[in-house]
Write a protein that binds this ligand. Structure first.
Ligand SMILES: Cc1cc2nc3c(=O)[nH]c(=O)nc-3n(C[C@H](O)[C@H](O)[C@H](O)COP(=O)(O)O)c2cc1C
Length: 335
């Protein structure tokens, strides 16, 4: 199945293809999403995780995480994290009112600060609360409800199957599954065979996620696991045109690296201004630099600058002679 050319129905809504941008806090912001949409091609885009407690009172004009463009809402799913079903319901209602495509429930984040509050992957220790969240959010809104989760805290196949089934029965319209246990860092390979297990366990669509770093990886994941689609994280940060390329929409590939870097500075300035824009550029720089053979040297040069003007001059200098492209992004700085 060529997932770049096959539509899918999610909670009664049709999505053009089965390539999603994964939620990534600090990277999947409005500027990056605008750049991706300028190239074209993603089925859906996901925001980085937003606090369910904060969402009801967020000002999208001001908030760095909850900032969006009206034009992107039809493609955009807002991800929320929280531990109290009431907070999650309130946030989901705001997300529906705002006009997002859907709401995504984060049961996968393993960052200590999030788990300590009983949110993210911590909820997989007590799936009953997570299931209650899915049930109550589903009852409260009519937009599609997504669940992003991981294996849990132990590689327990029976538990993963049971949890996936519970999410389905609670009303999840689509599951995005990241097959790592919570204590695993991204340096450990994800266990794709668990995606196949989840896919077999439920009848709602299951999207696979984890270490798709090339088209061949994406094809392998689909072939091996029979997942219904894929959610792409770091590769889409490094190459925001990947959705366009994989859906045969990319027209002009010349100078794409140079264009991407300069356009990113424009969009960051436009959406966030100088101070935050520079900060976000520096967060993005390692992923962009990972595209090149001498990625560490390029990253170091980009990070050395303190203003967007300096960053732009630095980009022009780097691209006086286009640096050699690596076959796959350099995983050492691609964490
Ligand atoms: C910097 C960074 C921030 C992330 N933030 C989130 C997040 O907010 N919510 C979430 O569900 N996953 C988050 N993730 C995990 C990704 O969505 C994805 O599961 C992970 O990167 C593996 O996919 P990949 O190999 O395609 O990058 C984050 C990953 C990275 C690298």
């Amino acid at each position: 199945m060529d997932i770049g050319f096959k539509s899918i129905e999610i909670g009664g809504k049709i999505v053009e293809n089965r390539l999603f941008l994964a939620p990534m806090a600090g990277l999947g912001h409005v500027a990056l999403r605008q750049l991706i949409l300028e190239f074209g091609g993603p089925g859906l885009l996901f925001t980085g995780m937003c606090s369910a407690k904060a969402v009801p009172s967020e000002n999208p004009e001001v908030s760095h995480v909850y900032k969006f463009r009206k034009q992107e809402l039809k493609h955009l799913v807002c991800q929320i994290f929280g531990s109290d079903p009431k907070d999650m319901v309130k946030a989901a209602k705001r997300i529906e009112q705002e006009g997002f495509f859907g709401v995504d429930l984060n049961f996968g984040c393993s960052v200590a600060a999030i788990c300590k509050k009983g949110c993210g992957a911590a909820l997989l220790k007590t799936p009953d609360i997570a299931v209650k969240i899915v049930e109550q959010v589903k009852k409260a809104v009519s937009i599609p409800v997504f669940v992003k989760f991981r294996i849990g805290w132990e590689p327990d196949i029976a538990m993963v199957k049971a949890t996936a089934k519970k999410f389905e029965n609670a009303g999840a319209d689509l599951l995005v599954f990241h097959p790592r246990i919570a204590p695993d860092r991204r340096t450990r390979p994800p266990k794709w065979e668990y995606i196949a297990i989840v896919k077999k366990a439920v009848s709602v669509p299951v999207f696979g996620n984890g270490n798709i770093l090339s088209k061949a990886d994406m094809e392998q994941m689909v072939k091996k696991t029979l997942c219904d689609g894929v959610s792409i994280g770091r590769l889409a940060i490094a190459k925001p045109w990947i959705f366009s390329l994989w859906t045969n929409q990319l027209k002009n590939y010349d100078n794409i690296y140079h264009h991407t870097a300069i356009r990113m500075t424009d969009l960051l300035l436009q959406h966030y201004g100088e101070f935050i824009g520079v900060k976000f550029f520096k967060k993005w720089a390692p992923y962009f630099s990972a595209n090149f053979k001498f990625s560490h040297a390029i990253n170091k040069k980009l990070l050395y600058n303190n203003s967007m003007d300096e960053i732009r001059k630095c980009i022009e200098k780097i691209f006086q002679n286009t640096p050699e492209i690596a076959k796959k992004p350099n995983q050492n700085i691609f964490l």
